[in-house]
Design a protein around this ligand. Structure first.
Ligand code: MG
Length: 165
């Protein structure tokens, strides 16, 4: 059984640098949206996210949203502003969406990673799909349920293989 253990953990996406990604042999990053790239309630990316996306693209690293969100226009909005492709209602920890993106880009799982804030959806989907995972700290706990879920993830968060400074 593949356990949902993150390969890398960090506080936020800006700690994931093109050098770290390239140095790990990764050329495609699949991105969770909510609480990874932006808080649930915002509709436009922050300045540091715009810079991060630009830097990744300039380094030749492909980006693609894989979001479980079903909210109308939400994923589309970010994808449009950042000029990144997307799959919404992706049903992570199911692996179908990840496999489709990897196939569309012609990449093997070893060349891909998923960036997300949740163990039981993002990290688990990545490990089941055979690719690596970057676990970020959730941007904001907007309700008690999110915090309880975060606590329930603690054992797997603690097992992360490496922590980015
Ligand atoms: Mg999320």
């Amino acid at each position: 059984m593949k356990l949902p253990v993150p390969d890398f953990s960090c506080h936020n996406v800006t700690q994931i640098t093109p050098d770290i990604v390239r140095g790990s042999g990764i050329s495609l990053l699949m991105l969770d949206l909510d609480n990874t790239i932006a808080p649930y309630k915002t509709t436009v990316p922050a300045e540091h996210v715009l810079r991060w996306v630009r830097d990744m693209k300039e380094a030749g690293i492909d980006l693609h949203f894989v979001s479980n969100s079903k909210r109308p226009d939400r994923v589309e909005g970010f994808a449009g502003i950042l000029d990144i492709g997307y799959i919404k209602a992706a049903r992570k920890p199911g692996t179908k969406a990840l496999k489709k993106v990897m196939a569309d880009f012609g990449r093997s799982p070893e060349e891909c990673a998923l960036v997300g804030d949740q163990i039981y959806t993002d990290v688990w989907a990545a490990s089941r799909a055979g690719c690596r995972s970057f676990l970020v700290h959730p941007i904001r706990f907007t309700n008690p349920f999110l915090f309880l879920r975060y606590l329930a993830e603690a054992p797997f968060r603690a097992l992360r293989r490496s922590r980015l400074k």
